[in-house]
Design a protein around this ligand. Structure first.
Ligand code: 5FU
Length: 257
């Protein structure tokens, strides 16, 4: 019995061009892997992007941890993204009032809206946060993920929060392309579900991070895209390890078809 729609079928159902594009990349490159490149120098980040590029659909970064961030860096990253056909996700986790997030998205040294295909925000402040981000993002074809749940031990996300988040997404389909969470919120196949906290073996770190396997995330919790950071970036051979995660993720998905 078939449990899910294929990425190709989901691409054809999507209204948002960015969602369509991401499902298209996932189908074409046979990958549901997003690498979190959490490093502190631009050259290292670009090296990781080149190395794992062929194996990923999305590269997630935290621009604010780069010690030598400069205006040439986004152009270089965009070139690598174009070459290997992946999209760029700035995991800024906006969480303020609409007016402030608009400025954080468009101003400062990072000018995130100019280069990040995907951003994310906490829905906690209410609709104003999306209205603020949208003012800058929509005209550039950008998309936003809503953080519905967190992977960390003892997090304060209340049980009914994911439901309210799904409702929120439904009202902002022109900008919200999916969710970040530990389980699928709603069956709607036009939203993409990203799950962080992934390693090939279940474990945790010393600062509250908790990991589940690609198979558990995809087959039991409804993840579409798995986010893997240190499991790949700290490996002896990040390229081979990315290929391994890609295979684990895509096999887990394929078994549901
Ligand atoms: F929203 C979340 C969350 O709930 N957990 C996370 O770990 C985001 N993350 C991000 O995923 C976090 O900021 C890291 O960039 C990444 C996980 O990295 P790891 O090295 O695989 O633990």
């Amino acid at each position: 019995e078939r449990k899910i729609l294929s990425f190709k079928e989901r691409a054809s159902l999507c209204q948002h061009p960015l969602t369509k594009r991401i499902f298209g990349i996932m189908e074409e490159k046979k990958t549901n892997l997003c690498v979190a490149a959490d490093v502190t120098f631009c050259a290292k980040l670009l090296e990781i992007a080149e190395t794992v590029g062929p194996h990923i659909c999305v590269l997630k970064i935290h621009a604010d941890i780069l010690e030598d961030f400069n205006s040439e860096f986004p152009e270089k990253l965009k070139d690598v993204a174009k070459k290997h056909n992946f999209v760029i996700f700035e995991d800024r986790k906006f969480a303020d009032i609409g007016h402030t997030v608009y400025m954080q998205y468009t101003k400062g040294i990072h000018t995130i809206v100019e280069w990040a295909d995907i951003i994310d925000c906490h829905p906690l402040p209410g609709p104003g946060i999306l209205e603020g981000l949208k003012q800058a993002g929509i005209k550039k074809g950008r998309g936003c993920l809503l953080i519905a749940q967190m992977s960390t031990k003892g997090n304060l996300v209340p049980a009914n929060y994911p439901e309210a988040t799904a409702h929120f997404a439904d009202h902002h389909r022109d900008f919200v392309i999916g969710f970040i969470g530990q389980s699928r919120l709603i069956p709607d196949p036009t939203f993409i579900n990203f799950t962080p906290g992934i390693k090939l073996e279940e474990s945790s770190d010393s600062l509250g991070q908790q990991y589940v396997t690609p198979q558990e995330a995809i087959q039991n919790r409804g993840a579409d895209v798995i986010i893997v950071g240190r499991g790949i970036t700290d490996a002896n051979d990040p390229q081979a390890t990315a290929a391994e995660y890609k295979k684990a993720g895509f096999d887990a998905y394929s078994q549901l078809l």
